[in-house]
Write a protein that binds this ligand. Structure first.
Ligand SMILES: Cc1cc2nc3c(=O)[nH]c(=O)nc-3n(C[C@H](O)[C@H](O)[C@H](O)COP(=O)(O)OP(=O)(O)OC[C@H]3O[C@@H](n4cnc5c(N)ncnc54)[C@H](O)[C@@H]3O)c2cc1C
Length: 235
């Protein structure tokens, strides 16, 4: 069913008027666009974004929608190196009169169950979890979901740290910042022994990080059906 919804969504292209962009951290930029009434998504999903204000060759890329629907804005946050692709150069040149197109939302990377949930981010893989956690805050955390966010970044460059810490104070979400894989594995061990087969694990980030984490979870006997992956190809 979700598959057919995705196919349908891909043909629903919307123009998004550009609002603003700013640097989030070194090599990481946030872009915000207007959200019209008819656009919505489930926190954690992604869209296919197309450059329309310039003619470029590869004009479409998938990006997680890093904002929650309740924020009433469409936010994407991306890594941009010193030598950016044509797509990212075009993103940096957006001005207030420009729009981009979004197809979607698509994907099944969103919370469904009320069971204890571990969100595991590697670097830029924090984007779907920003959306999910903002959504939990917007809902008032009424159902007191047990959510633990583990944020791994070897450079200790934790984007969104201030807002994540603020939400952690106001909700039942727990945030742990890590910079070594061994420490992440130890945290995972604790969750696996606390929740055994009830825990759900959401893993997002570059392919190498997602692969290493899911392999570890499976060697620790976490059932495949309890692991969801969001692989950010291109890194
Ligand atoms: C579901 C999803 C969500 C994503 N969300 C984010 C996000 O929130 N923030 C963010 O910064 N990035 C995100 N990405 C990655 C993003 O789409 C780009 O691939 C990435 O930003 C690199 O783009 P680029 O223009 O810099 O480099 P590019 O010029 O596109 O490519 C860089 C390198 O990656 C390879 N590559 C590019 N795309 C793919 C692909 N689909 N499969 C295999 N190899 C590929 C190219 O061949 C090249 O070697 C997401 C990707 C996916 C699939």
């Amino acid at each position: 069913m979700a598959f057919f919804q995705d196919i349908f969504s891909i043909f629903q292209k919307k123009d998004l008027p550009f609002i603003e962009s700013f640097q989030e951290a070194e090599g990481v930029y946030t872009f915000r666009f207007e959200k019209s009434e008819d656009v919505t998504w489930k926190a954690g999903q992604h869209g296919l974004f197309t450059i329309t204000h310039q003619k470029i060759k590869n004009h479409t890329r998938p990006f997680t929608i890093a904002s929650a629907p309740e924020e009433n804005v469409i936010q994407i946050t991306m890594k941009i190196s010193d030598n950016p692709s044509e797509f990212k150069k075009a993103m940096l040149s957006l001005t207030k009169v420009d729009t981009i197109k979004m197809a979607g939302p698509i994907g099944s990377f969103y919370l469904k169950e009320d069971s204890p949930t571990m969100l595991i981010a590697g670097g830029i893989g924090i984007t779907p979890f920003r959306s999910i956690i903002q959504q939990i805050e917007a809902e008032g955390n009424s159902n007191n979901k047990q959510i633990q966010l583990m944020y791994l970044d070897s450079n200790k460059s934790y984007i969104f740290q201030d807002e994540l810490d603020q939400i952690a104070k106001e909700t039942s979400v727990n945030v742990t910042y890590l910079h070594e894989r061994d420490h992440l594995n130890k945290e995972l061990d604790k969750c696996i022994s606390s929740y055994s087969n009830d825990g759900h694990f959401f893993v997002a980030g570059p392919k190498s990080m997602v692969d290493a984490t899911t392999t570890y979870l499976q060697t620790q006997k976490v059932p495949k059906r309890n692991i969801k992956k969001d692989v950010m190809f291109g890194y």
